[in-house]
Design a binder for this molecule. Structure first.
Ligand SMILES: Cc1cc2nc3c(=O)[nH]c(=O)nc-3n(C[C@H](O)[C@H](O)[C@H](O)COP(=O)(O)OP(=O)(O)OC[C@H]3O[C@@H](n4cnc5c(N)ncnc54)[C@H](O)[C@@H]3O)c2cc1C
Length: 468
């Protein structure tokens, strides 16, 4: 095995023998080597500037574009690298580990936007948004809503209507990575013929049509990812900028947006955990205590910290790669074109929830332990560990948050998938009957009167269109 290098010096972090490389093809290993070189030469230094100055990592994304990574999962016939889910995991992990976590998160959202389009590619969409990826065009996903917080699948402050053969789209997003910097935004709104919150549609909006407020972005970590608020203010777009049929939003979420986001973001959290381990190895093997003649790495306590962190992080990496691999198998290595109503990745969505939970939980713990291993020196900014620590803390709170995910899993295991009720449509009779039991006769009568008046109003509303 040739010695892994970091520029002119031997690699100082966790050795490559700890990588689960049996998942990767030779080409994917070459792509990783290219990425590590880019990180060493420029991307890691840019990470510090992005963090210090709240700077969007444009140069890092340009570098990724120059080497084809912005079109990683796009078929070669459209100018992409034609790669699969495993490659995507490797790329996100590598950028976050060796380079810049903010860049890695912008990249996750970019590939999320690209793949939302590629779920339902049309000639117009491919020409306008996919082929130009070779020239550095950057996209993102804008889903979250100020009214519904981490229930980002519930876009209350949004809508679309049919006008002039196209659509008029309005959207308010509380958080959008790359807001104000991306060239195109894949957004989800309620459908033009809105019939309930599971009736959603997907549109692409050009950068010049959105209103972003990058000045409002200032956060603990991932400071370069510029996830500020965004508005699409009643923008008219041609019919060609809807992605998939009207009402395709829920299917697009299950088949594309969620699977790609969960694989990518889990890989970013794993990359940050590895990056923190790398720094801890460098520091603890170099620092000596002259009184006892030992390096910090010689203390069994420190070895225990590192051993446990490598074992837990590798469990998360193998978990992510295994789910990515399952999606590769289901999609013939990301080459299957699925028609509306056909699903492949969606069959593994409940596995994708689990990998994000595990990776985000792990990284939050690992960065704390690596700080403990490095002592006070790790608390200072020059070692970079504190940036990895701050970046890591985004994992747990980023939607779907870990609270939401563990509840999805627990609820689905115990009560079945139907009970998840994403769009608040299923009546929970048990809960209502239990609450009603607590009322006295007067309270019951008051509630009954209120319900009857609401039912009258609802029936009158429903009757209106028929009468007019
Ligand atoms: C760095 C970063 C980048 C982001 N980038 C994007 C982006 O590019 N695009 C995008 O659309 N969004 C993005 N987001 C937003 C993200 O997806 C979430 O919407 C956001 O983090 C939720 O924050 P909130 O303050 O609204 O949380 P809230 O929803 O108010 O949650 C507060 C607490 O309540 C808990 N909670 C909420 N619902 C439930 C429930 N049903 N059961 C149990 N507990 C619950 C939460 O887990 C949390 O602990 C980003 C977030 C971060 C941190």
């Amino acid at each position: 095995m040739t010695e892994q290098m970091w520029g002119g010096e031997p690699w100082w972090g966790v050795g490559e023998e700890w990588n689960p490389d049996w998942f990767l093809t030779d080409r994917q290993k070459e792509l990783r080597a290219t990425l590590i070189e880019l990180c060493e030469q420029e991307m890691r230094a840019n990470a510090k500037r992005s963090d210090d100055e709240l700077l969007y990592p444009r140069r890092n994304l340009e570098l990724l574009g120059e080497h084809g990574f912005l079109g990683l999962t796009v078929p070669e016939e459209y100018g992409g690298l034609g790669e699969n889910h495993v490659a995507y995991s490797m790329v996100c992990e590598t950028i976050a580990r060796y380079g810049c976590a903010s860049t890695a998160m912008c990249y996750v959202m970019h590939i999320g936007g690209v793949n939302a389009i590629m779920l339902r590619p049309t000639d117009e969409l491919v020409e306008r948004y996919i082929r130009p990826l070779r020239d550095g065009k950057i996209g993102t996903l804008s889903y979250s809503d100020p009214e519904t917080g981490s229930h980002f699948w519930y876009p209350i402050s949004s809508g679309a209507e049919r006008v002039n053969g196209g659509f008029k789209v309005r959207k308010k997003a509380s958080w959008t990575t790359s807001a104000g910097f991306a060239d195109f935004y894949v957004v989800q709104t309620t459908s033009p013929d809105f019939s309930g919150y599971d009736d959603l549609s997907v549109f692409v909006i050009d950068g010049e049509d959105v209103e972003a407020q990058p000045a409002l972005w200032d956060a603990l970590g991932l400071r370069g990812n510029q996830s500020g608020p965004l508005e699409v203010p009643d923008v008219e777009i041609p019919e060609s900028q809807i992605v998939g049929p009207v009402g395709d939003g829920a299917a697009s979420n299950d088949e594309s947006v969620d699977p790609w986001f969960l694989i990518g973001s889990s890989s970013v959290w794993n990359g940050i955990a590895l990056g923190a381990l790398d720094i801890a190895k460098r520091h603890t093997t170099r620092k000596r205590h002259v009184d006892v003649g030992l390096r910090v790495a010689d203390y069994p306590t420190i070895q225990d910290y590192v051993g446990e962190a490598v074992i837990d992080t590798n469990a998360c990496r193998v978990f992510v790669l295994s789910v990515a691999n399952a999606m590769d198998k289901a999609t013939d290595d990301n080459t299957k074109l699925l028609k509306p109503g056909e699903f492949a990745r969606a069959d593994f969505l409940h596995w994708a929830w689990q990998i994000k939970f595990a990776a985000a939980k792990n990284v939050a713990h690992v960065v704390d332990k690596m700080l403990h291993a490095c002592g006070g020196s790790g608390y200072k900014r020059d070692m970079e560990l504190e940036r990895y620590l701050r970046d890591a803390k985004a994992g747990w709170v980023m939607g779907p948050t870990n609270e939401v995910l563990r509840q999805f899993v627990g609820k689905a295991v115990l009560l079945g998938f139907d009970v998840l009720d994403y769009w608040n449509q299923t009546f929970n009779r048990r809960a209502v009957e239990n609450e009603v039991k607590k009322l006295d006769a007067k309270g019951k009568r008051e509630l009954a009167e209120q319900l009857i008046s609401q039912a009258d109003e609802q029936e009158a509303k429903q009757a209106q269109p028929a009468a007019s």
